[in-house]
Design a protein around this ligand. Structure first.
Ligand code: ZN
Length: 234
């Protein structure tokens, strides 16, 4: 019988072939890391990095006052970006998240609107979900960013107190009500007068990030910006 990788569970394959592209699942060759050269070249950068009034910022207009907002990559269904994020979230490809955090930090650390950012807060998972999944993918992006940008990460202050059920079938208002009361800031004084960068994986309606930013801004006087790895244009 011929040996076919597809006959085996992904976890088992990775045990023996750990160097697989996170975008297309082909074996990586020498010199390639995390993504093959092809997938890396095809990453759909938004290039919103230094642009004020960009489409990501506009999502939040009239909802919450942000200093700046941007996303690294465009997201759409069936694309490699979706596959990469799925691998990070469900297949424990943690090193891929760190790698994307590096890229995001490289692009943001020179950003004039973010030059006084002094703390990164990844959007928290509900503790129960964190327990089940074992890790928060947004915290991994933050770790990658910190390795490049050297800005401290805070994961024990903004807490998710309510689990948000699947958002996809709800209206915009229902989604907002669903997340509005979902977060609490335990120690507002720790963020006083700081510029906080909120970090999440995918931006769709912005309801979760809006709720996080509002919770922080209502609790203390500070500035909040937002960065996400991917942006799903509505
Ligand atoms: Zn690839």
């Amino acid at each position: 019988m011929r040996f076919n990788l597809l006959d085996y569970p992904a976890d088992l394959i990775r045990l023996f072939y750990p160097r697989i592209c996170g975008g297309c699942e082909t074996a990586l060759v020498k010199g390639e890391q995390h993504l093959c050269l092809h997938c890396r070249m095809e990453l759909p950068f938004t290039t919103f990095d230094n642009i004020k009034d960009n489409p990501v910022e506009r999502i939040f207009y009239g909802r919450v006052m942000l200093e700046f907002a941007t996303s690294l990559l465009f997201f759409s269904k069936g694309t490699k970006v979706q596959h990469i994020l799925h691998n990070i979230k469900y297949n424990e490809r943690k090193e891929l998240a760190i790698f994307l955090g590096h890229i995001l930090a490289q692009r943001l650390q020179q950003n004039p609107y973010l030059k006084d950012v002094s703390v990164i807060i990844p959007v928290p998972l509900h503790p129960q979900k964190l327990h089940i999944r074992g890790y928060n993918q947004s915290a991994l992006f933050a770790e990658g960013m910190q390795e490049v940008w050297n800005i401290p990460i805070q994961t024990n202050n903004l807490i998710r107190i309510a689990e948000t059920v699947s958002q996809t079938k709800k209206s915009k208002i229902e989604r907002w009500e669903n997340v509005e009361q979902a977060f609490v800031l335990k120690n507002p004084a720790a963020l006083k007068d700081k510029h906080i960068l909120l970090l999440d994986d995918v931006l769709t309606t912005g309801a979760t990030l809006e709720a996080c930013a509002s919770t922080i801004l209502q609790a203390t006087s500070c500035k909040v910006s937002v960065a996400t790895i991917a942006f799903a244009m509505q």
